[in-house]
Write a protein that binds this ligand. Sequence first.
Ligand code: GLY
Length: 352
Amino acid sequence: MESIKSSTYFVHFKENGYKELNNCIADKKYSSIFILVDENSMEHCYPKFMPQLHTDIRIEVIEIESGEEHKNLETCSGIWHALTELEADRNSLLITLGGGVITDMGGFVASTYKRGINFINIPTTLLSMVDASVGGKTGIDLGTLKNQIGLFSNPQMVLVDDDYLMTLNEREIRSGMAEIIKYGLTRDFKLIDQIKYFNNLKIKSLIKRSIQIKNEVVLEDPKEKGLRKILNFGHTIGHAIESYFLDSNEKESLKHGEAIAIGMVCESYISSQLLSLTPEKTQEVKELINFLFDKVIISKEDYASILSYLKHDKKNIAGKINFVLLNDFEDFQLDCSVTKELMIESFEYYSA
Ligand code: GLY
């Protein structure tokens, strides 16, 4: 599969990707290579990855615990200490081998260690392949507030090998599908048809098209001043729901994509009330999400708490919560104001 060129780096696929990785390592003459994994990518992906790496350079593995609840400063501190104890210098390379938490946090740790060392993303979940590993966003959570601390910093390259997806359970795959639906609704509706009639053979083309879309958007607006905000469709409400469920003692945490899927139903409903998205198309979004994802119970008692998380959304300016909404499929409007009453109506629409 042909590589995709971003601003300062390429996204390479599979066999060609490993060749490019080995070339990159040889060209840059790194002093050491550090591979960041969690227990899942260590068990399922590392054994497949290592035989593809051909180098005499010293390699060390740093393993952290999996899960969004570990995407925080404490874990970063552990990784920085490990790098220090293992004598990582400025010419070291960090390879992130894992899902969105590993690629986001690994990129952040690398970009701040000794004012920045190189990193390469090797995403192993669908979500990190189609979204997190591409586009230069790195960061961690602050408490349960998602990605509040971080910086834009590009990897040296991204290597996408869909064989890693075979190690994932269905829930994890569906979580990644939510981001592909986002690209479909905002940029290329043909993706939605492919998802509706999904089979495993389509996964490669879904991944490639999603990365192309993300890359086009990021090339036009790398620092999210305008267009890139469309990649937040479904995320304003979705992130608030995700944080609320993460914080709650009674509720089981949601996967990122599961929360974003709910957010897309709610934000489609809001679009139909404030803009020109038709009720039929809104219903189409809801039916697709209900078909792919288990229904999540959100009750009236949850509403106020979920809304309280919205004040921390990164798109807010001067206290105003800014939504990305749809005039139609593939036609969006940025920076829309939404009342709390309408947000609550959208929760009721999702739940009905
Ligand atoms: N995940 C949204 C973005 O990269 O902008």
